[in-house]
Write a protein that binds this ligand. Structure first.
Ligand code: SF4
Ligand code: SF4
Length: 441
């Protein structure tokens, strides 16, 4: 990337319409922690009026969540994200990336390390809920809460606040007639599209149950799934941290792997990964694989897009009040708002409850909760308070980082509201409707 990354800032007329959409500005009230002030800083960097090692410049741009909430509300059509990424790429030469962030991005990039580590993490998951409750909102307690939030919600801890187990309510609301399966049993829909599921890193290691639900619901709606061996981490965490070289290397691996997979679509159930994959053409600008990256990006669809266009076929009724939290990289980066709601609406009886300011970031933002823990928690506190006012039985969101951040925040606040992916609810509803048949022993 070059100075052209700043071109998207040119339309800014400093009107300030974006300020109230910015989570960090709402917390600090500091102009330099809002999009208008950051654009001034980015332009100063571009024009070399400020050096890339300027401490204040780095401070305020590192405090940006990269949530992109400032983009859709801008009447001038400012494109902010490429300039932020370029700035962080330049900062990487001058300021150290926090050790915790370096460790996480290194592990995620390397399957031979990531797979055993996340396997061990899964083993500790049952203890994580206990630890999170015992340690409350301490740093360790919050990390334990993040791990606890990754478990599949098919039964679990009791929820006294809502009169019984909230997890169990998901099960009771639509009790599946069989164990999870892979074959539709009722009136198989004709195969309309072929697809490969993007497995990612954290999703593959800690959210395998969401991948399984994604596969089942896609097959139930006329998709034929094919494998894509060789795929890996999307590189979004690395790009956001300014590690462009690693991000490009990971992108090349995926472009080659998905280029070999003969499928119409690449389905993603993690909003951050989906946004990154859709921008591979920009990330690999000037690379030999740039044309292939554009071709691959054109095939990428969020699972809610795919299922909404395919139907989705309705499932069994579920008596649940669900709050939907739109991930920033789905709502703002991919501009996907309606489809996840349509997916939830395919479950008869499910009631969507509104959450104040649901369009605001939860403070997860990739590795932000590690690199900016204090501000991240302040941003999260606003989100948790809004969810507490809505009092849903369950919260649905389509990004692993959001699920872990919000799940930990709810646990720390003593709120026993399970966090699930929207496809998990549709999957559970399909199970109860007899859409799946049991396979295997
Ligand atoms: S980014 Fe857009 S909304 Fe914000 S100050 Fe500039 S022109 Fe106004
Ligand atoms: S990306 Fe998010 S945190 Fe950063 S300036 Fe825009 S609205 Fe604020």
């Amino acid at each position: 990337m070059t100075a052209s990354a700043f071109a998207g800032l040119a339309p800014c007329v400093h009107c300030g319409f974006c300020l109230q959409s910015c989570p960090t500005f709402l917390v600090t009230g500091d102009e330099a922690d809002g999009p208008r002030g950051r654009i001034v800083l980015l332009r100063a960097l571009e024009r070399e009026e400020l050096p890339a090692d300027d401490a204040a410049l780095i401070h305020h741009l590192d405090r940006c969540l990269g949530c992109r909430a400032c983009e859709p509300v801008c009447p001038s059509g400012v494109s902010y994200a490429p300039a932020l990424e370029e700035a962080r790429r330049r900062f990487a030469d001058f300021r150290p990336i926090p050790a915790t962030v370096r460790l996480v991005v290194a592990v995620m990039a390397e399957p031979a390390v990531r797979t055993p580590l996340l396997t061990v993490a899964r083993l500790f998951r049952p203890l994580a809920t206990v630890a999170a409750r015992a340690l409350g909102s301490t740093r360790i307690g919050f990390l334990a809460g993040m791990l606890a939030a990754t478990k599949g919600r098919v039964g679990g801890w009791a929820d006294r606040r809502f009169g019984g187990s909230a997890d169990q309510r998901i099960v009771d609301a639509a009790t599946p007639v069989s164990a999870p399966t892979s074959k539709p049993v009722t009136a198989d829909p004709p195969i309309r599209r072929s697809a490969v599921i993007f497995r990612g890193c954290i999703m593959d290691g800690l959210f395998g149950h969401v991948h399984e639900a994604t596969a089942r619901t896609l097959e139930a709606n006329g998709y034929a799934l094919v494998p894509a061996p060789g795929q890996g981490c999307c590189g979004a965490l690395h790009a956001h941290a300014g590690l462009e070289h690693t991000a490009r290397a990971l992108a090349r691996r995926n472009v080659l792997a998905f280029g070999r997979a003969r499928a119409d679509e690449i389905i993603v159930n993690a909003a951050g990964c989906g946004a990154a994959l859709k921008e591979y053409g920009r990330l690999l600008a000037g690379d030999l694989l740039e044309p292939a990256a554009h071709a691959m990006a054109a095939r990428v669809r969020d699972v809610s897009e795919a299922l909404t266009e395919a139907g989705p076929r309705p499932g069994a009724a579920m008596d649940l009040a669900v709050a939907y939290d739109p991930p920033c990289h789905l709502l703002h980066a991919q501009r996907i708002a309606r489809q996840p709601l349509a997916l939830l609406d395919a479950v008869p009886g499910l009631r969507r409850v509104p959450v104040d300011e649901s369009e605001l970031c939860c403070g997860s933002a990739g590795s932000y909760s590690l690199s900016q823990p204090e501000l991240s928690r302040e941003v999260l506190a606003r989100k948790v308070a809004a969810i507490a006012r809505a009092r849903p039985d369950v919260l649905a969101t389509g990004n692993p980082g959001c699920a872990m951040q919000i799940g930990a925040g709810l646990l720390a606040a003593g709120l026993r509201i399970p966090v699930v992916h929207p496809v998990e609810l549709l999957d559970r509803s399909y199970g109860a409707a007899g859409v799946y048949q049991q396979v295997g022993p």
